[in-house]
Design a protein around this ligand. Structure first.
Ligand SMILES: Nc1ncnc2c1ncn2[C@@H]1O[C@H](COP(=O)(O)OP(=O)(O)O)[C@@H](O)[C@H]1O
Ligand SMILES: [Mg+2]
Length: 262
């Protein structure tokens, strides 16, 4: 049986799809069998972010309409063989909970993890994704509006009785935290009163990858932060990447100064 984890958020554009793509890639690099399911129907872009949009033959809507079997619609990643993506439709087609249940039940025996890319907010699409999840990761950015919306999502999630609910903080700027111009991980933990499972730094490489397609590689801070997130998900730990490390001490104050000038 797969561990089914929904990646959700109150606000849109905070990094759900980025998280699904990169967390999924690292889990698969640890040799787990991973399926990424795009449940952001109509606004879907997981296939594009993964660089697989040209390989889409069937999508989730074809599966629920019996035009193909669930496994036929899966696209295997070009570089990580145990990673698969279930693309979604570009039009806002209605899919019922019952239809989705059948698809997930079909995939369940073949995977260790199924990650759901969920639509933002608390509408029908959110409930449809959460209904079949065992666990949730709520993505926030260190801004009050994102945290306020995440708080609503967290309170709704508490009624679902999931086995684990965690918060992931994305787009963290270590220089701004040290300058006390951005909320820190501790501040957000205090405000949301929820477990923090990771902190991902703001990183230009992520923006570039989103447009070119593919997941993070190399030795950058965002790569290290997603690697740590994957180990936390696997082991149930809460080791948080320190986004402020490069901005402390004398060298750090020079970096902060330079960053302000950019
Ligand atoms: N840590 C980050 N650093 C820089 N850009 C990021 C980061 N996380 C996400 N982004 C960018 O923010 C935009 C929205 O991210 P996305 O994952 O599509 O959000 P969502 O799925 O929640 O709508 C994308 O252009 C993405 O490249
Ligand atoms: Mg998205």
């Amino acid at each position: 049986m797969a561990r089914k984890i929904v990646i959700t958020s109150g606000k849109g554009g905070v990094g759900k799809t980025t998280t699904v793509a990169n967390l999924g890639s690292f889990l698969a690099k640890f040799n787990y069998r991973v399926a990424l399911m795009d449940l952001d129907i109509g606004l879907n872009n997981l296939d594009v972010v993964m660089g697989l949009e040209n390989k889409v033959v069937y999508d989730l809507v074809d599966v629920v309409n019996n035009r193909c079997r669930a496994r036929q619609a899966l696209i295997q990643d070009a570089t990580i063989p145990s990673l698969y993506v279930m693309p979604s439709a570009h039009t806002n087609v209605k899919i019922t909970k019952e239809q989705l249940k059948v698809v997930i039940e079909n995939l369940d025996p073949y995977f260790d993890f199924i990650l759901f890319d969920c639509p933002a907010g608390i509408e029908e699409g959110f409930h449809r994704a959460v209904a079949f999840s065992d666990e949730a990761i709520v993505v926030v950015t260190p801004h009050i509006s994102s945290i306020r919306d995440a708080d609503k999502v967290l309170s709704i999630l508490s009624s679902y009785g999931l086995s684990d609910v965690n918060v992931l903080i994305n787009r963290v700027r270590g220089d701004l935290i040290v300058n006390k111009e951005m909320l820190s991980v501790e501040d957000i933990h205090y405000l949301l009163k929820s477990k923090i499972i990771g902190a991902i730094p703001e990183d230009d490489n992520i923006g570039t990858l989103s447009s070119l397609g593919g997941s993070l590689t190399g030795k950058g801070d965002a790569t290290r932060a997603f690697y740590l997130l994957a180990t936390n998900v696997i082991d149930g730990t809460h080791k948080i990447f320190d986004c402020t490390l490069n901005y402390r001490g004398i060298l750090g104050s020079v970096r902060r100064h330079l960053k302000k000038k950019v």
